[in-house]
Design a protein around this ligand. Structure first.
Ligand SMILES: [Zn+2]
Length: 307
């Protein structure tokens, strides 16, 4: 990747000259596009910003990697799926890909990382898109220069909400409900907020079915049945009503919950499932395990009759 520093260099470029390259090197560089435009930069609309001259040869890609994607080949910081963000990791493998689409390009570094703390292995991508540039002015020299925004992503996606301890136990009570909740957590991790909200309402629907509520009834009727049969009190019924309304708004009215709103929905759903299914099953097992009260002994001798 090269940057054109002056107006003259751009002019020369348009006329087929390469003042900034030796002939030997120019033979390996193929210009794909050039941009020659005046645009505002650092408050001076007459300044010509440096524009990139994209070259598609392998040498150009390597050069771009060196200039803009430089990182310590041994260690980088990444978002460990187990430990959290900004953790040192060893670089176990690395590959780059440079793609061109007419006038734009995308360069992506792929890295296989291993967390130095917990040894979890995960994938990091560092992408730069040709249109995502930020224009700066050097405070010392006064020269303008561009910097590319880096988009850092990880797989598996960083966990947005901790899974409750009882989630595995839910698979033994009802595998369908367990799978639904797993899908909700994956949607949360992937920032699919609308799908997570819809999934929560579906999970609540399944939970009521497991509790023996008629699945053909409407949500309002199911909530009344839950209260009538003693699964929830009035306060929790009102919370669950908000949950089902929010899920319905996401499904039918294009409503997108904020992160905090989704957190509230998760707390309501997790609390309901834990109390009515997990704790109830645990209470049943506890009841069996607790030794029964000893029976009161029956009297074997008759009380002496007072004379
Ligand atoms: Zn870790």
């Amino acid at each position: 990747m090269l940057f054109l520093d002056t107006v003259e260099a751009v002019d020369d470029c348009f006329q087929g000259h390469w003042p900034f390259l030796s002939e030997e090197k120019a033979a390996h560089w193929r210009p794909v596009w050039t941009t020659y435009e005046l645009e505002g930069c650092a408050g001076d609309p007459t300044i010509l910003t440096r524009r990139s001259l994209l070259c598609s040869s392998l040498a150009a890609t390597d050069d771009f990697t060196r200039e803009h994607m430089s990182f310590d080949p041994d260690k980088v910081r990444g978002h460990c799926p187990a430990c959290g963000p900004d953790r040192w990791a060893d670089v176990m493998g690395h590959a780059s890909r440079h793609e061109e689409y007419d006038l734009v390009w995308l360069h992506t570094d792929h890295r296989i990382l291993q967390c130095r703390a917990c040894e979890t292995i995960y994938h990091q991508t560092d992408s730069v898109f040709s249109e995502d540039e930020i224009c700066h002015t050097d405070p010392v020299s006064g020269e303008d220069y561009v910097e590319y925004k880096h988009k850092i992503e990880h797989w598996p996606s960083p966990i947005k909400r901790e899974r409750p301890d009882w989630l595995h136990d839910l698979s033994e009570i009802d595998p369908s409900l367990h799978d639904l909740m797993q899908a909700v957590y994956v949607a949360l991790d992937s920032d699919l907020d609308v799908l997570a909200a819809i999934g929560l309402r579906t999970a609540f629907d399944r939970a009521t079915e497991v509790l023996g509520i008629d699945p053909a009834k409407r949500f309002g009727e199911k909530l009344s049945d839950l209260q009538d049969e003693g699964f929830v009190g009035l306060t929790e019924k009102n919370f669950l009503s908000v949950l089902t309304d929010a899920g319905g708004a996401a499904a039918h009215r294009a409503w997108r919950p904020s992160t905090s709103q989704l957190d509230t929905m998760m707390s309501i759903a997790e609390g309901f499932i834990q109390r009515t299914l997990i704790t109830r099953a645990e209470a049943d097992r506890l009841k069996i395990a607790v030794p029964p009260k000893p029976r009161r002994r029956q009297a074997t001798t008759q009380k002496p009759v007072p004379k």
